[in-house]
Write a new protein. Sequence first.
Length: 119
Amino acid sequence: MKACPDGVDVFFDNVGGQTLEAVISNMNHRGRCAMRRISGVWRDTSRPNNLFELITKSSGRGFMTHFRHDRYEKPGALSHGCATASFSRPSIASRGSRTWQGLRDLFAGENFGKTIVAL
């Protein structure tokens, strides 16, 4: 990688894809990668093929902004919408075959809001 001839020590990823794959391949031993929105790429065909390499030679950490919504304008507006039920629509998967479909939809990004699996 021309931009980092000595490898990558720290990287922030917001989208995944080819850039993340290139960075993981060039990540230095014990490098660190902060990732956002990584749960949605596990079924995506354009996902990096070397995610396992990330955990074997370096560390990856995901994070979510909703824990401190008071610091961010948009997540705060989303929290208000959920609290007032103005757009709350959970996906509920009941016991049986809908359970697996509910989990598939969750990781494929097919759900809106929370996914609840009723057991």
